[in-house]
Ligand binder design. Structure first.
Ligand code: 2NL
Length: 357
């Protein structure tokens, strides 16, 4: 019995001090396995008298249970330590580093389109889009642009190859008006849309690019009149340039698709060779507009005795250059990152009319 007590203490100490799971398993096999020390002693019980056998059996079972429990306790501790070590060793930082010095920038054209959408959106306009490749009907005929008009000539318009010998040649749209034509054909008045997007003309010099951007606007309703056109565009000019008392004037003009037609100028001055937009002695032309020609309404299936509308159009590069002081048109398309970092906008700085642009 003395001897069993010593063995028990030795095995429990070994269990508590086992350095790893392997030596713990070796201990279990050595003590409790088929040929283990405790198991061997169990086998000798048969040689004892019934009384001795009961006493020694209980004592051996007690050692066996105590050792099994000590091994299990140590196993849990070793496994917890091993897991903790793995968690430390295999740790992965899944966070993206913040790189403010490498932030992307929003191109001034995109920014200007976002501002146009914010201003006209606030007035109740929605955005319409359409294809860049058009047919002559949507790009010219529906707009009351006659067959002989110079705008239709190859000189000014990019024509694509015809699909077959007797098919007409598609065109790259020369303005965003076909978007509005399509909208009038597919929707019923009242209409209130702007159509910003790419346009194409066979023209390339310091102030013209073969691809450029335009925004056009269209309102059609039963009582729409010239007063709505003037109010809308005066409000737009003041909001876009951020000048509350900006002078705006309407000059008579001519477009085949509007009657009457007007060109719109804003006030400006030249202070020390620098252009300043605001009250001043000079004027700057920024857009064209007019009341939609009755023929255009009829071409789109709208009863011109019941409905009238106004429309306007302007170049996006031009108004962006004026607002942001960009001197050279060609730099818009050079994809020079230094230029974009200088003239671009931070992506999270989104234009909104809540507090003005
Ligand atoms: C300019 C002048 C203008 C329009 C565009 C338009 C569109 C339809 C019907 C009638 Cl569907 N008019 N658009 C009207 C007047 C002027 O643009 O100088 N753009 C750069």
């Amino acid at each position: 019995m003395q001897d069993l007590e010593q063995l028990k203490q030795k095995l429990l100490d070994e269990a508590a001090e086992a350095a790893d799971l392997d030596s713990l398993e070796a201990l279990r096999v050595r003590a409790l396995g088929k040929k283990g020390e405790i198991t061997q002693r169990m086998k000798t019980l048969g040689q004892l008298s019934p009384d001795e056998r009961r006493e020694a059996g209980q004592a051996l079972n007690q050692v066996k249970d105590a050792l099994a429990e000590a091994i299990e306790t140590r196993r849990e501790a070793l496994e917890a330590t091993a897991l903790e070590a793995r968690l430390q060793a295999e740790r992965i930082d899944v966070s993206l580093p913040v790189r403010p010095e490498r932030s992307g920038h929003v191109h001034p054209i995109s920014r200007t389109i976002d501002e146009l959408i914010a201003i006209f959106g606030e007035m109740g306009f929605s955005v319409a889009e359409g294809p860049h490749i058009e047919d002559a009907f949507h790009n010219f005929s529906a707009l009351n642009i006659p067959e002989w008009h110079p705008a239709r000539q190859d000189m000014d318009t990019f024509y694509l190859k015809a699909e077959s010998e007797d098919a007409e040649r598609p065109v790259l749209r020369t303005h965003t008006s076909p978007v509005q034509i399509r909208h009038m054909l597919s929707d019923k008045p009242p209409l209130r849309i702007i159509a910003p997007g790419r346009t194409f003309r066979a023209d390339h010099d310091a102030t013209h690019s073969p691809m450029f951007h335009q925004v056009e606007g269209l309102v059609v309703d039963e009582t729409t009149h010239m007063g709505h056109l003037k109010g809308t565009l005066i409000e737009f000019c003041r909001a876009f340039f951020g000048v509350d008392d900006l002078p705006v004037r309407f000059r008579p003009s001519y477009f085949p698709f509007t009657e009457p037609s007007a060109e719109v100028d804003i006030g400006c001055s030249h202070e020390g060779g620098q252009l300043v937009i605001g009250p001043g002695k000079d004027w700057l032309e920024i857009l064209g507009c007019g009341m939609v020609h009755p023929k255009v309404l009829e071409n789109c299936g709208i009863d011109s005795t019941r409905y009238q509308g106004f429309a306007f159009g302007m170049g996006i590069e031009r108004i962006a250059m004026l607002k942001y002081g960009i001197p050279d048109l060609r730099t818009f398309y050079e994809s020079d990152l230094r230029w974009l970092r200088h003239y671009g906008f931070l992506p999270l700085d989104v234009p909104s009319m809540v507090r003005g642009l």
